[in-house]
Design a protein around this ligand. Structure first.
Ligand SMILES: C[S@@+](CC[C@H](N)C(=O)[O-])C[C@H]1O[C@@H](n2cnc3c(N)ncnc32)[C@H](O)[C@@H]1O
Length: 312
């Protein structure tokens, strides 16, 4: 990104597969589980079209990014998880010794809230602790007592579910407002409106759906997705399903609250994922990988958006 600061960017560059593996081992040790099992349990369970490869992200990587961007140990640090859903992230954050709070619109989603509470309970959290961690809240509404309180705010796969552009802007502004000065936001969402394909959720299938106006999106989604996944209930109300978001709109919202914020695009993740494949580690392939990476960052076209912003 044009205004990317070397500090945060340099820190993010240290987040490689090794750092993520080390983080997975730490989380697993904290909860006395095998790293792979813990990773699977904490993974963002987005099983659209039964293709786990489509979502190359798990919470372990989020913690590795936060630690690098936040400049030190995560232990004892406070974090607000926005759209915390089934509680995988807040549970792992607690295991790492962080002080998490999670908010979500749980109205009408009691199953999701129970899942979060049950997960924390299964890891030994007391009822009082659970009540403090899992909260009902809409990030597009004024933040009230959550303002200026957290070392970190994070949101994974939430922003694209907010259909209205103004509401999305308020959501990002509020993610900055909840931070203490110097606090760091990690916002992860997709699809990027600039990309023809939603590589995050559907791979190269269903091109352009996130760029369509609502009235066209619903029939398109029903026609293409429903035959494959008739149980995908979101398609029934698909008018606003997975809105395209742009990196520019996120940056503008951050700057509204914190004009001097340091904003960095975390690594172009698809490129990084690819890098972990052995044949792509060869020097010739690396040249291509680096070039693609630079192009994606410069044009703000990274399909999976990972924005790190530090409040100033
Ligand atoms: C795809 S889920 C992701 C859940 C979780 N972050 C994860 O990665 O597993 C999106 C979540 O965002 C929540 N959400 C959507 N709009 C929200 C809003 N305005 N404020 C808070 N949460 C919201 C939804 O209720 C849902 O639980």
């Amino acid at each position: 990104m044009g205004e990317q600061h070397a500090g945060v960017s340099a820190a993010l560059a240290t987040v490689d597969q090794g750092a993520c593996d080390a983080m997975a081992a730490r989380i697993a040790a904290a909860v006395d589980a095998e790293p792979a099992a813990e990773d699977a349990a904490g993974r963002w369970r987005t099983d659209y079209l039964d293709n786990p490869e489509v979502v190359p992200l798990n919470f372990t990587k989020c913690f590795a990014i936060l630690e690098a961007a936040g400049g030190g140990s995560l232990e004892g640090r406070s974090i607000l998880d926005i759209g915390c859903g089934g509680g995988g992230f807040v549970t792992q954050a607690r295991a790492l010794g962080m002080r998490p709070v999670g908010i979500d619109i749980y109205t009408g989603q009691a199953h999701s809230r129970s899942a979060a509470e049950g997960l924390l309970r299964s890891r030994g959290a007391s009822e009082q602790e659970i009540a403090e961690i899992v909260r009902d809240g809409d990030i597009t509404e004024p933040v009230g007592d959550l303002a200026d309180r957290f070392d970190f705010s994070i949101s994974v796969g939430m922003l694209e579910h907010i259909p209205d552009r103004d509401a999305r802007r308020r959501a990002v502004e509020n993610m900055i407002r909840v931070l203490k000065p110097g606090g760091t936001m990690l916002l992860i969402c997709g699809p990027n409106r600039r990309m023809p394909f939603d590589l995050f959720h559907y791979g190269p299938r269903f091109p352009f759906y996130h760029q369509l106006p609502s009235r066209l999106k619903a029939p398109y989604m029903r026609r293409l997705i429903k035959p494959r996944r008739p149980d995908l209930n979101e398609v029934q109300t698909a008018t606003t399903f997975l809105t395209g978001v742009s990196i520019r709109e996120i940056e503008a919202a951050v700057r509204t609250v914190s004009p001097q914020a340091e904003i960095a695009q975390a690594f172009p993740i698809f490129v990084r994922m690819a890098v972990s494949r052995a044949w792509l580690k060869r020097p010739a392939a690396q040249v291509v990988v680096q070039a693609v990476s630079r192009l994606l960052v410069r044009t703000k076209s990274e399909p999976l958006i990972l924005i790190v912003a530090t409040r100033r």
